[in-house]
Design a binder for this molecule. Sequence first.
Ligand SMILES: [Zn+2]
Length: 346
Amino acid sequence: MSMKKIKKIEMNCPICNQTHEVEERVRDAKVTIKDDVVTYKEKYYYCSNADEDENEFEPAMLVNVNLLNARNAYRRMHGLLTSDEIVSIRDAYGLSQVDLARLLGWGEATISRYESKAIQDEAYDTMLRIVKDNPLQVLDFLNQRSELFSEQKRDEIRTKIVEKVESFGKEYLTRRTLEGEYAVYGIPSDSNGFTLLNIDKLEAAISYIAEKVSNLFKVKLMKMLWYTDALSYKTHGHAVTGLVYKHDEMGALPVGHYSLMNLERLEVKEESSYNYDSMLHIYPTANMNYSILSNDDRDILDQVIKQFTNFNAKEIVEYMHQETAYTETKQGEIIPFELAKDIRAF
Ligand SMILES: [Zn+2]
């Protein structure tokens, strides 16, 4: 039992029946929710006038706060939206609890329950995330169920949708395109190195490589990304980026590589080479947030950079051609991570 902070509140104390300052205390507590033991922050009041064995109490208001904290801890543990996150999704569109439930075709009390007491199951969570991330889908929902809203309410919601699309801007659209190409790889598998596509991490990894490798062009970058994911899989049992790679004449090539190079946050310039071919030159992104890369990720990236920094595109392609992952797969086939993990030691 660890105590974190002490706050004093004057109240009519039910333990000693006097009006005095009681301490509000917080401790780590455990509770079982749906067969999982969850650790959460429990708040309680402490009366310093009472005996040792009966000096704590939790008024009904704190019981509710604690229940909400426990459920939110369970949600975080399972990657589900917390009650506050559900409220903020609703607020972003100016929707009441009933409005959002209607928009999604759910019972009118559903959102109210998720914001106060019940834990949403995964299918409901997925729908709420779609509302959060995809205003165009919300527009579809609104059109499908328009008869459930007054004309004025429909106009208000449409205005919010347009605002959200505009604030997302071009970056939003380029990310959606790449996400669309990865929709079929939505579960961890041998194709994606048991990692779901993480565009923030992908952008950080690319900029990280570009910081340390001068003259980084597309062909070399694609190979370096594959070696990063392959080495991470070999070392830690999971890839870094979640990219899926196919066998191409020039080695491993990620699915969606055209969209990938269009990502708004990447610093890519089209330049002409000596033979007038157009080449994509990748530069580091100013102010890129690298905190999304774990120490393990950086360690893997550093090893790959050290190995290939002086290779030109032709050399890294020829090097990759020797890998089992290449010799055991055919043109256009997905390169399984089961083979990727057999890369030669650097
Ligand atoms: Zn007391």
